[in-house]
Each structure stands twice: as C-alpha cells, then as structure tokens.
Design a protein around this ligand. Structure first.
Ligand code: ADP
Length: 312
C-alpha cells in the first residue's frame, strides 16, 4: 500500500534518493516484512485513472523473467492522503549500480565511485549478457518487446558484475497508459544520454521497434569499448560515435579505445587491437543508420560469444 511504501522509503526523503531518469525517480528502500532491500521507481505519469488495468499490465511484466533482467518484484498503484494518484514499480536492488558509473568513474562523486576499472573480459561478458537479454525480449517472449530506452544507466550490475537490464516493458506500459508524456520523454533533450542512444528513425516519428533497440545496443557497445559518450562534445554536429569509431578501424583502433582497457588485466602478448577491432565492428553493424542494415540481436550475441571463445 501507499502507507507501507512511504514507511519503507522513509517518506521518500532525499537521503534514500538514488537518482531520477527518463521515466521516474528511484529510491532505495527496505521492505520490512521480507527484510529485503529494493529499488522503488516512482513513475512520473501524467494520465490518471485505469489503475486496475495498470496493475494487470504490471502483472504481465512480472512474468517476463531472464537471468539478465532486473527482477520486477511488485507494483503499487494507490492514492495518497491528499488524493494524488501514485504509481511505483519495485525492483530487486543492484548493489554495483549502473554500468554508466563504471564507464565514466571520473564523473561520479567519490563515495559512489567504483574501486576498479572494468577489464576487457568483464566488458565483453556484460555486452553478451545485454545482447542475449535483448534477443530474449525480441524473439523469445510471447510477443516481441522493444526496450526503447537502452543505455548504460539502464544496465545494472550485481555483486558479481553480472549485467541486469532495467526498465524493460516500461516503454510499452507508458505507451499504453500515458502516450503523450512517453513521447515527450523520448524526445526531450533534457533527458541525459537518451538522445545519443535513440535510433535516428525515432527522431522522424518512427515507432518503437526491435531494430531501434539494436541501434541503441550498438551505441552502448561502442561506448563500452571507446569510453566515449555518444553525446560527447567531440561528436558535435552530424559526427557520431559511429563515424568516430568507423574512421579509426582498424589502423587506429588503440587510439580510440578506452585506455583503461589496454592497461588493466590483459596478459602479456594479448592481441588487444585485433580483439577490439572485432568487437567494435559488431557495434558499428548494430548502429547502422538504416534499420534493415542492422544486425539482429541473435547474430550480435553469437558474434560476441565467438569473439570471447577465440580470445579468452
Ligand atoms: P535512467 O533513466 O537514467 O536510467 P532510472 O530512473 O532508471 O534512470 O534510474 C536512476 C538511477 O537509479 C540509475 O542511474 C541507477 O543507478 C539507479 N537504479 C535504478 N534501478 C536500480 C536498482 N534496481 N538497483 C540499484 N540502483 C538502481
């Protein structure tokens, strides 16, 4: 209930605030009955009403399970003491935070900064996990689910640095219940990062699609291995992370690669340039401008797995 949730999150105080993103504000909370730490995402939806069907939709999201998805534990839709409608999703808590923090530690405040750099193999494992969960959502669910907002802040890491994708199904939920604010959020320049990850066809009225997710995955892959954000000032104008990477392959791959990869955890003589060229090439083929030219998630997953087998 709303009351329980208010207690659990200590009245949603800023002390428990983890961050706010495209779809809502996230708090860390303790569910006292289960003694379980959870993440509570309070949705910023404008349209009200239809609580029953909202809860039914959330129930169907709970059925979507995969080892690389953040588990949706429950949903809550209620009216507070002042009569305001209120909706929240409750997820398992991921102690190692978001991939975004690990890729850009210099931007993170000291107390939350990761204590190490991710190695090449750790990054490759994360990339394979994300690709395989997209493949699951796109092909193996009873109806294809496009994530629509894939980016490093939606890839959360557990204690063992295994990746769990969050916010899946949220696009569908919001499209159904509050289409207007969903579209506003997708196109809002105020949402950090989203612009750089959204497929170009979304900018000209394209509907959310699985190919759109592949584009975002390609950008994510390029970012993971170059360490550059797609919205970096380097890429002002029409020059993108895609063209920046493409112009450097294969001769200058070590110039564009994230330097921390080259300096951490590789055995002597490891063919780093060759390995990075192959990974970045997958990223480039996922982030092709025209949707039909992009790889399918199943192909991207297979290629990344065969790169891992070949080099590790
Ligand atoms: P964004 O739209 O930027 O991804 P979110 O609203 O999804 O933002 O989340 C905001 C922040 O809250 C994220 O950067 C992430 O670090 C954190 N967060 C979200 N869900 C969880 C979770 N289940 N466990 C731990 N941290 C989370």
């Amino acid at each position: 209930s709303y009351g329980d949730l208010r207690n659990a999150t200590d009245g949603f105080s800023s002390r428990n605030l983890i961050g706010s993103g495209s779809f809502g504000t996230v708090f860390k909370a303790l569910l006292p009955m289960e003694n379980k730490v959870v993440a509570v995402k309070v949705l910023n939806m404008q349209r009200r009403g239809a609580m029953k069907s909202f809860m039914a939709e959330c129930e169907s999201l709970k059925d979507i399970r995969h080892r690389n998805l953040v588990k949706l534990l429950t949903a809550c839709s209620s009216i507070d003491f002042q009569g305001n409608e209120f909706r929240a999703l409750i997820y398992e808590f991921m102690y190692n935070g978001s991939l975004d923090m690990w890729l850009h530690p210099e931007e993170v405040e000291e107390i939350r900064r990761p204590s190490k750099f991710l190695t090449l193999l750790e990054r490759l494992n994360i990339a394979i996990d994300v690709a395989s969960v997209l493949d699951y959502l796109h092909v193996h669910c009873h109806e294809p689910i496009a994530h629509c907002d894939l980016k490093p802040s939606n890839v959360l890491l557990d204690d063992d640095l295994v990746a769990h994708v969050s916010d899946f199904g949220l696009a569908r939920l919001l499209l159904k219940f509050d289409k207007e604010s969903f579209l506003n959020q997708l196109s809002s320049a105020g949402v950090r990062g989203t612009i750089g990850y959204a497929a170009p066809e979304y900018g000209v009225g394209g509907q959310p699609s699985v190919q759109g997710d592949v584009y975002s995955f390609g950008v994510l892959l390029l970012e993971m291995f170059t360490g550059k954000r797609p919205t970096n000032e380097l890429f002002g104008g029409s020059f993108t992370l895609h063209s920046y990477t493409k112009s450097a392959l294969p001769e200058r791959v070590l110039d564009v690669a994230d330097k921390s990869i080259i300096h951490s955890g590789l055995r002597v003589g490891f063919p780093v340039a060759e390995c990075l060229t192959m990974i970045l090439d997958v990223g480039l083929r996922c982030s092709e401008e025209y949707p039909t030219n992009r790889l399918a998630t199943s192909e991207a997953t297979k290629e990344l797995i065969s790169i891992r087998e070949r080099f590790f």
